[in-house]
Design a protein around this ligand. Structure first.
Ligand code: 173
Length: 318
């Protein structure tokens, strides 16, 4: 090993192209291993480890037990973690306009084609020292889940578990909000500390929340963003070949976002099987629900940075 490093250094000094050594990146997910929103990342890791042999490998260290979800942004920003699977809602401390990402109505493929992806990447590079490598979660909407029924889009008197994803909307509809990591939702429900929670259509059953959930409010709103981020210094320090492997695997995992449409249908029927009833509002109330989600969501981003909000809205909402 030492000899090899010396040989590489010598080759480098002699001006000859150095034999790039295989690099290993330490990877962590903000979601528990094997659960819905870690799955695309886990497939990405397996793919990189297959196509990147001799060039780049990922050592998947683990999930929230390795790094607490709301700390993962700092960990990848500072280089404690090289590559992270994280949602923008968990790192708003670093990229406060990241809330725009879940307001997208188009796909990541469209965002790559219309230049939006590069803008989002530039914001991540500048504000959190991270390369925005890939986005998963397209086609999966968020919902409100409840332990008691509601009649319409009035959440006053309800205490709801939230993350920045739902904050602006649920606040506008009068809810009292408590932010928790996913790992704390079950206990909060069990203790009656919350009357419900925001969560995507997929994954409710992963941590047993169906046992404590009576209702899902339809329609869903927004679109999940679970992103693969690489520490920028690490990204800049690896070979072109390693970066190309990661880019290729990024677009490969993004192509799998289309599978979410079929998975959504399976999940909805599993929830029904677990006894979760669907609350559907009147057409006027549905319109209010959805209009509030968009208006409150974009107002929240504009309050942070009006110029970025306008720029991203133009390429995320088509
Ligand atoms: O509800 C959440 O914890 C959240 O914000 C989220 C975001 C993306 C996927 C899953 C959950």
């Amino acid at each position: 090993m030492k000899k090899l490093a010396f040989a590489a250094l010598a080759a480098c000094l002699a001006g000859a192209p150095a034999l790039a050594e295989e690099v290993t990146l330490r990877g962590v997910s903000a979601f528990a291993g094997g659960t819905t929103f870690s799955r695309p990342f886990e497939a990405f890791v397996a793919h990189v480890n297959e196509i990147g042999k001799g060039v780049v490998q990922i050592d998947y260290v683990g999930g929230p037990e390795a790094v607490p979800p709301f700390e993962l942004g700092n960990a990848v920003s500072g280089g404690v973690v090289d590559i992270a699977n994280d949602t923008s809602a968990f790192y708003t401390n670093l990229v406060p306009t990241g809330d725009a990402l879940h307001l997208a109505t188009n796909t990541v493929q469209e965002q790559r084609a219309n230049g939006c992806f590069d803008k989002i990447d530039a914001i991540h590079q500048e504000q959190m020292n991270a390369k925005f490598l890939a986005r998963t979660g397209d086609n999966v909407a968020f919902h409100l889940y409840l332990t008691k029924p509601i009649e319409g889009p009035d959440l006053s008197g309800l205490t709801i578990r939230t993350t920045p994803v739902y904050r602006a909307m649920f606040e506008a509809l009068g809810a009292t909000l408590v932010r928790t990591a996913p790992g704390e939702v079950y206990t909060a429900l069990e203790r009656g500390a919350i009357d419900g929670y925001g969560w995507p259509l997929q994954g409710v059953m992963d941590l047993g929340w169906d046992e404590q959930t009576k209702y899902r409010v339809d329609p869903g709103f927004y679109q999940v963003d679970v992103n693969i981020l690489v520490n920028l210094d690490r990204w800049n320090g690896i070979s072109d070949e390693a970066r190309a492997v990661l880019q290729q695997a990024a677009e490969w995992v993004e192509a799998k976002n289309a599978e979410n449409i079929a998975i959504n249908a399976e999940e909805a029927s599993k929830q029904a099987g677990a006894g979760i009833e669907v609350i559907t509002f009147s057409p006027e109330d549905q319109a209010k629900w959805l209009a509030t989600s968009q208006e409150a969501g974009w107002a929240g981003v504009a309050a942070v940075d009006a110029a970025i909000a306008a720029d991203l809205k133009a390429c995320l909402v088509e």
